[in-house]
Design a protein around this ligand. Structure first.
Ligand SMILES: C[S@@+](CC[C@H](N)C(=O)[O-])C[C@H]1O[C@@H](n2cnc3c(N)ncnc32)[C@H](O)[C@@H]1O
Length: 263
């Protein structure tokens, strides 16, 4: 895990703590335990860190103090079923996926995370933007756009994607807009920029990155995209009804059979 990712993950975990968001944490793909140690630092005594790896490479001393509650499972995540995780259903505040990076296992791991994630939890996908593993992008969008899910990407970096449930978007968007860059500075990454160039219902994630050489603005393309740098407002009843009517009128129009007049 890079210094940048450690700072980003730690900033988000600290924000969750400040918001009173509690719950266990899960990591799939642990290796020696470098990223697990970052998670362990933000656990309260009542919370448990559940680690899953197909092999045992874990350096236990690295992960945390003896008081840290850790459950290490040697398991292929592709063999894990939702029923194996029922104690964690809708209760996990942070889930880090960093295992095989293969297409089908990634779809499966996102499905497990979706099952475990609390209403205001965060799912973090490692190597999302590493094109040596471009199947992670494909697997993620397959899951998001073909399954019944309320997960959505709210942040990407040069390494990871961060997802939350749609209802939790306002709090995480507010944090990114108002505080995250300051938190990155406090963790030794002083010069960051956020970019957002679309806010459709389907996709409205921010990109957080270090500033490019000579770049001064904290927000990319502020003069063009300035209106997109505001937090998500869930649609109200009237807007939802209008969208519903528009969708149905459109569907009916296109579904109407074309009857040709006899010539
Ligand atoms: C890149 S390493 C994880 C690094 C760790 N998260 C970190 O940042 O320090 C990937 C790990 O995933 C594990 N792994 C690979 N395929 C797996 C699978 N199907 N189920 C569980 N673990 C798997 C490997 O054994 C390896 O330890």
């Amino acid at each position: 895990m890079s210094h940048f990712s450690m700072a980003a993950v730690d900033s988000l975990l600290a924000f969750q703590a400040q918001q009173g968001i509690t719950g266990d944490m899960v990591e799939m793909g642990v290796f020696r335990g470098k990223s697990a140690a970052v998670l362990a630092r933000r656990m309260s005594p009542s919370e448990t860190l559940h680690l899953y790896d197909i092999e045992d490479y874990l350096d236990r001393d690295k992960v945390g103090r003896s008081s840290t509650k850790i459950e290490f499972n040697i398991k292929n995540t592709f063999d894990l079923k939702r029923r194996d995780l029922k104690n964690l259903k809708r209760s996990t505040k942070f889930c880090h996926v960093d295992a095989s990076h293969m297409f089908d296992p990634t779809v499966h791991e996102i499905d497990l995370a979706d099952y475990m994630l609390a209403d205001d939890g965060i799912l973090c996908l490692d190597d999302f933007t590493n094109l040596n593993y471009s199947q992670i992008l494909a697997a993620t969008f397959k899951y998001l756009f073909t399954r019944q899910t309320d997960l959505t990407i709210f942040l990407v970096t040069a390494e990871k994607a961060y997802l939350c449930r749609r209802r939790a978007l306002p709090i995480y968007e507010q944090f990114i807009l108002n505080d995250m860059q300051g938190q990155m500075t406090a963790r030794g990454i002083p010069s960051t920029c956020i970019a957002r160039t679309d806010t459709t219902d389907s996709y409205r994630a921010f990109h957080l990155r270090e500033k490019l050489k000579g770049e001064t603005d904290d927000r990319y393309g502020q003069s063009i995209y300035g209106h997109l740098y505001s937090a998500y407002q869930p649609p109200n009843f009237a807007t939802k009804t209008l969208h519903f009517l528009a969708r149905n009128i459109r569907r009916k129009k296109y579904a109407r059979p074309v009857i040709r007049e006899p010539s």
